[in-house]
Design a protein around this ligand. Sequence first.
Ligand SMILES: Cc1cc2nc3c(=O)[nH]c(=O)nc-3n(C[C@H](O)[C@H](O)[C@H](O)COP(=O)(O)OP(=O)(O)OC[C@H]3O[C@@H](n4cnc5c(N)ncnc54)[C@H](O)[C@@H]3O)c2cc1C
Length: 304
Amino acid sequence: MNIDHIYEELQPLITAGSLKRHEALKDLVYTRMGGEADIWAAPVTYEEIQSISAYAHKHQIPLTVLGNGSNVIIRDGGIRGIVLQTSDLTGMGIRDGLLYAQCGAKIIEVSGYALEQGLTGLEFACGIPGTVGGALYMNAGAYGGEVKDVLHSALVIDPDGQLLTLQGDQFEWGYRKSVFASGHYIVLEARFALLPGDPAAIRAKMDELTYLRESKQPLEYPSCGSVFKRPPGRYAGQLIQESGLQGTRIGGAEVSRKHAGFIINADNATASDYIGLIQHVRSAVKQQFDVELETEVEILGEEL
Ligand SMILES: Cc1cc2nc3c(=O)[nH]c(=O)nc-3n(C[C@H](O)[C@H](O)[C@H](O)COP(=O)(O)OP(=O)(O)OC[C@H]3O[C@@H](n4cnc5c(N)ncnc54)[C@H](O)[C@@H]3O)c2cc1C
């Protein structure tokens, strides 16, 4: 795979300045670690996403979609092929009685926009630091709400670049998963069905959830949020806490003292530090409680 050749072929398909070679991803993801993308593209229109996706598919070049990188760890060797980051597609508005938001809009901002419009239903998302695309992919949820409860439909493309609208059962919702885990579709736009509400009550709910989050989570450090899925009938954070792992460090990665379910990037952690600490936590919890912790966070890319 010749990176310069791919770069040259992609140039006419995408707005100038939105395409780079050997781009460091560390500063472009919430976790603040990881290596380079061979090719990095930040499309500004849906058509550009379609063109890049169709190009990658035709030439069998790996294509990785990134939102805000708040649920991924990118290994230190980086990501081969094309990384398509949605950060420049941030529009939102009201159309046909639905709140629509483009894939790269931060779900926190969409939740704030719903408040401005006097619409209730997205309060749960007011502190989730991901994009709309990432939130659909993960069926993101918090404090009793989940994306699946408020999503009406989504505009997506398939690997050939064809536009489709998904609705209802087509999302195949599960706990922190959806049809998007197949890697088959790219989310372009979400349409949320929200109800009219009292702005004061919506704001009060968001303030309450923000207070809960700030008092329990180590938001002053980069991280990927809760590293592990909730094991059946248990809480990962509690098992980690009871295993005495809080404060354990590998390199710059540390099991948070504030919330045991978080591993923070405390001091310029490498992905290798972070993944090493995940493995350490998993084996300690397995040994102590005979519970296999499964990661919620996705690990992408190659080792150095
Ligand atoms: C401090 C903190 C708190 C958090 N709290 C919560 C919480 O309360 N609830 C919760 O559910 N999560 C939480 N998370 C995790 C994370 O924010 C969510 O999972 C979020 O939805 C991920 O969005 P993202 O844009 O960062 O996705 P990324 O991490 O960039 O990507 C995640 C996955 O989504 C895919 N993806 C991204 N965009 C698209 C797209 N347009 N089309 C198709 N696939 C796409 C990527 O390929 C990747 O597989 C938290 C994380 C942090 C750091």
